[in-house]
Write a protein that binds this ligand. Structure first.
Ligand code: UGA
Length: 433
């Protein structure tokens, strides 16, 4: 089969490399010439474990190609998959400009019976817009599908190779059969549904996971006031089969390129038929936005303010195993610390430079190349992101004679060990320990 994937972000590159590994001819398309050049050399322009070797083997097998030419990619293609970004607009609704532009560019080259599949995260109803844009430019009979993606950054390759399910939103048997054939090597359950159900299920899944995180953070806050321990409470709740113990460790709220955007999107979408007091998604978004300050204030109170204090922030990405800083907590925490008079050092295993010129150029801020250098002389260390290197670091090896706080934002350290090393330990909803 000849496949085209439009858009070479996390989803586009990973899907291209995985489909190529099944023996298909895959063309990845992007307007960014630099990105296409680097992908064609076998270099992934962002950090994603396991992706580079898969990309390189696709290129050397001759199955995988990258190009800026829609014509070269689409001529003779059986399936054209759109995996471009759908960012948030100011009011939280989704911005479809990249999807619209790429559909217009592709439409001229689509041939009869081609399947146009949308992998980008879009709301129900978007397929009507897709059909309208394409049919205005392409006279042929085509097929349409919604093919939502459920991979996570940091484990994108494994999530794509071993998905819990593949959701295929289609309107006809021909489209389903071809997409069934494409995904057969995954040996995952294939769920055939309508395009609208596929599109809504993607948002409903992400927003439910976001809700779990917000819920865990609210319970963590209650633990703080009630003298209870969040680990104990979640362990008890998680042992109940209907609840399960996964995916709700507390922290500073969810970040990244998906949850914040997808919660805001449903909040904006449901405004049409839910009143403000019924809008669960707006409420989730509001609670998540409040979380970083709620947590940071506790450290501030415990330390008697940040003014003149040296604070080391460990972890600049939005989560471990990625260099993505979109909606990363460091981008909120560091400016807050600087504004309140702290001198801030930081460290991250993969992020080369903080994604903010305003922070990067401040005289009281420095990013250092190792944990030991970042924490030297620190009055407080904030273990912000649970990179393995950070949570397995021997903090006793850097303990200094003065009083030092260690704030374990995601409860990943062993409090007894940290206290034994002489630190004042603060956890998240773990205050009774
Ligand atoms: C998320 C979903 O998990 C994927 O299923 C989905 O395909 C993807 O969005 C997408 O729509 O493209 P991702 O944003 O890569 O994936 O990251 P997650 O691992 O889900 O983490 C999201 C945020 O939640 C991070 O800030 C993470 O630190 C936070 N989190 C996660 C918690 O605070 N607690 C948890 O228990 C889990």
């Amino acid at each position: 089969m000849k496949l085209v994937i439009i858009g070479t972000g996390f989803v586009g590159v990973t899907s291209s490399a995985v489909y190529a590994s099944f023996g298909h001819q895959v063309y990845g398309v992007d307007v960014d010439e630099g990105k296409i050049a680097s992908l064609s050399r076998g270099e992934v322009p962002f950090y994603e474990p396991k992706l580079a070797p898969l990309l390189q083997s696709g290129l050397s097998s001759g199955n995988l190609h990258f190009t800026t030419s829609y014509r070269e990619a689409i001529e003779g293609a059986h399936i054209v998959i759109f995996a471009v970004g759908t960012p948030s607009r100011e009011d939280g609704s989704i911005d479809l400009q990249y999807l619209e532009t790429s559909l217009k560019q592709a439409a001229d080259y689509l041939q009869p019976q081609t399947i146009v599949a949308i992998k980008s995260t879009v709301l129900p109803g978007t397929l009507d817009l897709v059909k309208k844009i394409v049919s205005e430019r392409c006279p042929h009979q085509l097929h349409y599908a919604s093919l939502p993606e459920f991979l996570k950054e940091g484990s994108a390759v494994d999530d794509t190779l071993y998905p819990d399910r593949v959701v295929i939103g289609v309107e006809d048997d021909f489209t389903y059969r071809l997409l069934e054939q494409l995904h057969a090597p995954l040996k995952a359950p294939l769920l055939r549904v309508s395009p609208a159900s596929a599109q809504l299920a993607k948002y409903a899944s992400n927003d439910y996971l976001a809700l779990r995180i917000v819920y865990a953070n609210v319970i963590s806050e209650i633990c703080h006031h009630a003298g209870a321990d969040i680990d104990e409470v979640l362990a008890i709740m998680g042992s109940e089969k209907r609840i399960g113990s996964h995916y709700w460790y507390p922290g500073l709220g969810y970040g990244g390129s998906c949850f914040p955007k997808d919660v805001k999107a449903l909040a904006a979408y449901t405004k049409q038929f839910l009143s403000d007091s019924e809008n669960l998604f707006a409420f989730i978004n509001g609670l998540n936005n409040k979380r970083p300050l709620q947590v940071l204030n506790k450290l501030e109170q415990t330390m008697g303010g940040f003014h003149g204090k040296k604070i080391a922030v460990l972890g600049l990405s939005f989560k471990p195993n990625t260099d993505d800083q979109r909606e990363a907590p460091a981008l909120f925490i560091i400016p807050y610390l600087l504004e309140h008079g702290a001198v801030v050092t930081s460290y991250d295993p993969m992020v080369k430079a903080i994604a903010s010129e305003t922070i990067g150029s401040q005289p009281n801020y420095r990013q250092l190349p190792s944990i030991a250098e970042a924490v030297a002389g620190a009055d407080a260390i904030i273990a912000l992101i649970e990179w393995q290197e950070i949570i397995s670091f021997d903090f006793s090896s850097v303990k200094e004679a003065k009083k030092q706080y260690l704030f374990d934002v995601r409860n990943q350290l062993i409090p007894e060990k940290i206290k034994l090393a002489g630190f004042y330990y603060l956890g998240n909803g773990r205050y009774s320990k």
